[in-house]
Design a protein around this ligand. Structure first.
Ligand code: FAD
Ligand code: UDP
Length: 418
């Protein structure tokens, strides 16, 4: 396709949060923006769509919006209304009282909190331990598992070992192939032990799900006279790289307008220093009809189980399998979206493995450690030499950013470029 790229003020590669938010913010400042997206849809990894049963699913894994950043919330709220949704997650582990019998499971809130303590240790012992933790750290405080494991008090240390074993070590091994102490400490710090009765996964001021879904929100965001979106198009097909410049292929001149690149940085440079390591996920979607739910007669200690009504598969939006199973977690979309579809529900199981860059594989999580950061720095040094190149987003910056953080960075970059 012949596109006169020199007629745009800004080029954007990627139509996820990074690309779409920056495109809209720049368009509103009068810039003509061309967005390239190599997938056949907008929204990046937050993309959602109806499955074959009419259930609204998140194709690239469950996304729950949460932020304390009013500017980001206000910006996004121009393109969507919100369903008030407070995410709650439980760990699902074999119930020691079941003696290994199938179906005997125990559930307690994650982040592990005062309620989890009482479920795991019984009301009396749990309360005693909770009081001790509060005396040590303070009520409503969050303590990372790695900090808790440093505590010299034998009772607290035994408790830390319990939480490490029942919440963190197996889940982290599944997710990262490494133990909690071997991965970036900021990662497990996302889910600290919480000395509270608040059983929500996030405590952010603004939380919710876009009322009509993420894709609809992105459609409205990109719907602006100054924005043109080209799907199924990898921006790299238009570019060639010279030492200090990015050239438009065939145009014989360097790019004279900013290029906001939101894809993987190693790919931009043809993997010249080798691949940046990532974890990828296999998502296994299952749709259940009411009649398919768990076979009759199976014991299940949870009184809210779907067999007892409601057409839901599980009790919470997300259930983490922190001790057994090969998948890390199961998410049930209807619980997140509030979609009213009696008798049918779709869940997703997440299986994590190393990313090798095979076709159709997606790099989901940067594996942040000193060695990989050093490799990223080599690519970044190349990028810094290039006139007009701006790196933005979870992939391009090789960081573990939530949606709101990316939106905030996109707004900042648009300010700078305008
Ligand atoms: P992406 O969403 O990856 O978008 C980048 C886009 O660029 C993609 O569409 C890609 O196709 C395109 N692209 C790449 N290279 C090129 C190219 N050369 N040319 C053209 N297009 C290109 N965050 C939360 O806040 N809450 C959550 O609950 C949450 N859940 C998550 C669950 C999972 C399983 C994962 C993996 C992430 C989750 N996140 C969550 C994080 C969230 O997905 C990211 O913060 C967000 O998607 C980052 O947006 P982005 O634009 O940087 O990247
Ligand atoms: N984690 C864990 N057990 C849990 C939940 C989280 O061990 O039940 C650890 C695990 O290492 C995980 C990290 O905490 O990768 C961050 O969890 P989060 O839920 O924030 O991950 P994400 O939703 O980004 O995949």
């Amino acid at each position: 396709m012949d596109i006169r790229l020199e007629t745009y003020d800004v080029l954007v590669a990627g139509a996820g949060y990074a690309g779409a938010v920056s495109a809209r913010a720049l368009a509103e400042k009068g810039k003509k923006v061309r967005v390239f997206e190599r997938r056949d849809h907008i929204g990046g990894n937050a993309y959602d769509c109806l499955d074959g049963h009419g259930v609204l699913i998140h194709k690239y894994g469950p996304h729950i919006f949460h932020t304390n950043d009013k500017k980001v919330f206000d910006f996004l709220s121009r393109f969507t209304e919100w369903r008030d949704y407070q995410h709650r997650v439980v760990a699902n582990i074999p119930d020691p009282a079941g003696g290994g019998r199938p179906g005997w499971r125990l559930q307690y809130p994650v982040p592990f909190n005062l309620t989890s303590l009482e479920t795991a240790f019984g009301p009396e012992e749990g309360k005693k331990l909770g009081d001790k933790l509060i005396a040590a750290y303070g009520a409503e405080k969050k303590v990372t598992i790695l900090e808790l494991r440093q505590n010299p008090d034998p009772e607290i240390s035994a408790l830390a070992d319990y939480v490490y074993e029942h919440v963190f070590v197996h889940y982290t091994m599944k997710q990262w192939g490494q133990k909690p102490e071997e991965i970036d400490p900021n990662t497990t710090a996302r889910v600290p032990v919480f000395l509270s009765r608040d059983d929500r996964y996030f405590q952010d001021k603004y939380q919710g799900m876009p009322l009509e879904g993420y894709t609809k929100m992105f459609q409205r965001m990109l719907d602006h006279p100054n924005i043109e979106v080209l799907l199924n198009t990898d921006v790299r097909q238009y570019l060639s790289l010279e030492e200090y410049d990015i050239f438009l292929r065939g145009a014989g001149m360097p790019l004279s307008v900013p290029l906001i690149y939101t894809g993987p940085l190693d790919e931009f440079f043809g993997l010249c220093y080798g691949r940046l390591p990532y974890r990828t996920l296999d998502f296994v979607f299952e749709t259940w009809q009411d009649r398919d739910h768990r076979a009759p007669g199976m014991p299940y200690p949870d009184p809210d189980h779907p067999l007892r009504g409601g057409g839901f598969y599980q009790t919470h939006g997300t259930v983490n399998y922190t001790v057994d199973e090969d998948f890390t977690r199961i998410t049930e979309f209807k619980r997140l979206t509030g979609q009213d579809l009696p008798g049918v529900t779709t869940i997703v199981k997440e299986y994590s493995r190393p990313y090798i860059g095979a076709p159709q594989e997606t790099p989901y999580y940067a594996i942040i450690n000193p060695e990989n950061n050093a490799l990223y720095a080599k690519y970044k040094a190349e990028a810094d030499k290039k006139q007009q190149l701006y790196l933005l987003g979870r992939l391009a910056e090789y960081k573990y950013y939530n949606m709101d953080a990316i939106a905030a960075r996109a707004l900042e970059l648009a300010e700078r470029l305008a």
